[in-house]
Design a protein around this ligand. Structure first.
Ligand code: HEC
Length: 276
């Protein structure tokens, strides 16, 4: 079998086999079970810690970093932004309610009237625009700070993504299909690296399992030197296989987020997090 970066390229048939569309709930269970079997010594609720849930060596360094979290300033900046009223005198709480601990856990959600997935970042910009403010850029800066603050306040709440109807199921299936579709010049799918390759090394990095992949976002990456959103990270992964990523907050990436978040149902939100 052909090896690339030390990863055995599994056959397309095997990949397709991972995406049997029975029901989202059956798919979720199979997905969670796959990772729990692959990493039997990782407690299920620890998968929220990405690669550190499966690699003791990097976990130690990471725990030290988390003692003085590099995302702390972003959380503070996000709080200041959240508490600054819009020019029309209204504020984010008029869109999201007064209880800031409840916001993060509601997203991503499927809006049954609009028939599309609404992510936290999309909802933030829609709130701004509804109040006459300019939308923020999607991947970093103020939106990542607001998102960091909301994640921080929402820590400990379980991920509880619902699939309310057939339209929502179609969005989930589209996200799932993207997850298993090979992309880019290197012809690799998310699943190639983060499912069948999870725990293996690519260059200097160990590949994290996808189970719980959304819990810790946004993340402060040392490589970025700042916090960034989930869609920034997804775009980076698609670029790394020399593919052209869909735009941040495009329907494709929102569906992918919906699939990833739903498969992590029951795990805790623990963003923001520190990453390499
Ligand atoms: C060539 C292999 C490769 C492919 C394909 C790939 N990634 Fe990644 N991804 C990585 C590496 C390496 C990292 C950094 C180490 C880690 O956390 O896994 C990473 C990190 C991530 C992270 C951050 C995890 C965390 O805890 O911070 C997410 C989320 C992610 N990838 C999702 C995806 C998704 C979704 C796809 C498909 C669109 C994808 N990746 C495709 C290699 C890949």
């Amino acid at each position: 079998m052909k090896k690339l970066f030390g990863i055995t390229l599994v056959s397309a048939a095997l990949l397709a086999g991972g995406a049997v569309q029975a029901s989202p709930e059956a798919d979720r269970e199979a997905f969670a079970n796959f990772f729990q079997k692959r990493f039997p010594s990782t407690p299920a609720d620890d998968f929220i810690n990405g690669v550190y849930s499966i690699d003791a060596t990097s976990r130690e360094q990471w725990e030290q970093i988390e003692e003085f979290p590099p995302y702390e300033l972003a959380v503070e900046a996000g709080q200041a932004l959240w508490e600054t009223p819009f020019a029309n005198g209204k504020s984010y709480t008029d869109c999201f309610g007064d209880d800031v601990t409840e916001v993060r856990g509601k997203y991503p959600m499927f809006d049954t009237e609009r028939k599309e997935v609404v992510t936290l970042e999309l909802a933030i910009n829609e709130c701004r625009e509804a109040n006459g403010e300019k939308p923020l850029k999607w991947k970093k800066g103020p939106i990542a700070e607001l998102s960091s603050y909301l994640a921080y306040e929402g820590r400990g709440k379980p991920i509880n993504v619902e699939i309310p109807n057939a339209d929502a199921e179609a969005a989930f299936n589209a996200g799932q299909a993207l997850y298993y579709t090979r992309k880019g010049q290197l012809n690799m799918a998310c699943a190639t690296c983060h499912m069948y390759g999870s725990g293996q090394k690519v260059r200097t990095e160990i590949l994290s399992p996808s189970f719980g992949h959304t819990s810790g976002f946004p993340v402060y990456r040392s490589k970025w030197g700042e916090v960034g959103t989930l869609h920034r990270r997804l775009a980076g992964c698609i670029q790394s296989v020399r593919g052209y990523p869909p735009a941040a907050q495009s329907e494709e990436l929102r569906n992918l987020e919906y699939f990833l978040a739903y498969t992590g149902n029951g795990l805790e939100v623990n963003g923001p997090s520190a990453r390499k």
